[in-house]
Ligand binder design. Structure first.
Ligand code: ATP
Length: 208
């Protein structure tokens, strides 16, 4: 089990994260829930920065906005994220878990001609190239239609079944149905919201 430890972040005088720590058990999905501006994206990007290049764990990060270069085709975008050679990337795209994303079906399409769903899949592939054990996903379902959401969830379940873990930041209630642990991020602190009192839901939790 990996432990995320002591993440703090301020912008000027405003403290967004106050010594946030939480465990990431293998094979588990962890949801970070919070209202707009509560610091979800800040938390994921701080985790990605803090543990980049550490020998203890490999972490992949899929930011909210796609990190792709519009003029480039998929393989050239993927090359920006790894030391792998082009032939190794093409090989990786054909093996699980990357094969599940179906990037091979649009290898000749420049990013500027892709749909939102294709861009999301390619962004995910960028984060997965170096076989991370923990995947940080910021609003993974934003702008996806219902079938694409279902495909994304199916992929995430498969990725978890390999013993990997996912930390998801979102305000979509549906995301949390398959999360093993859900935290509410409020005033810079995480509260365990995995077991809601009877009769309450996540919207009540966010409002209070
Ligand atoms: N680069 C920055 N400079 C100054 N303040 C920032 C910066 N980035 C974020 N903030 C502020 O930090 C707080 C947390 O922002 P963040 O984007 O992490 O929240 P969020 O929970 O991900 O929001 P949303 O749900 O709207 O995506 C907000 O008040 C935001 O205005």
């Amino acid at each position: 089990m990996f432990q995320i430890e002591h993440i703090s972040k301020s912008y000027g005088k405003k403290q967004v994260l106050n010594d946030v720590s939480f465990p990431v058990p293998e094979g588990c999905a962890i949801g970070i829930l919070g209202v707009n501006g509560s610091g979800k994206s800040t938390l994921l990007s701080c985790i990605a920065k803090k543990y980049a290049g550490t020998p203890d764990v490999r972490i992949g990060y899929v930011p909210q906005e796609n990190p792709l270069y519009d003029e480039l085709k998929p393989v050239d975008n993927l090359r920006m994220w790894t030391n792998k050679r082009k032939s190794e990337i093409l090989q990786a795209l054909q093996a699980p878990p990357l094969a599940q994303l179906g990037i091979q079906t649009f290898l000749d399409t420049p990013v500027k001609n892709m749909s939102g769903g294709m861009k999301k899949r390619l962004s995910l592939a960028c984060a997965l190239l170096d076989a991370p054990q923990i995947l940080l996903m910021d609003e993974p379902f934003a702008a996806l239609d219902l079938p694409a959401k279902q495909d994304a969830m199916q992929f995430m379940r498969y990725y978890l079944s390999l013993g990997n873990s996912i930390v998801i930041a979102s305000h979509e209630e549906a995301v949390f149905q398959f999360c093993h642990t859900v935290y509410l991020l409020k005033n810079g602190t995480l509260f365990d919201a995995s077991h809601l009192p009877e009769g309450t839901n996540y919207i009540d939790l966010l409002r209070n």
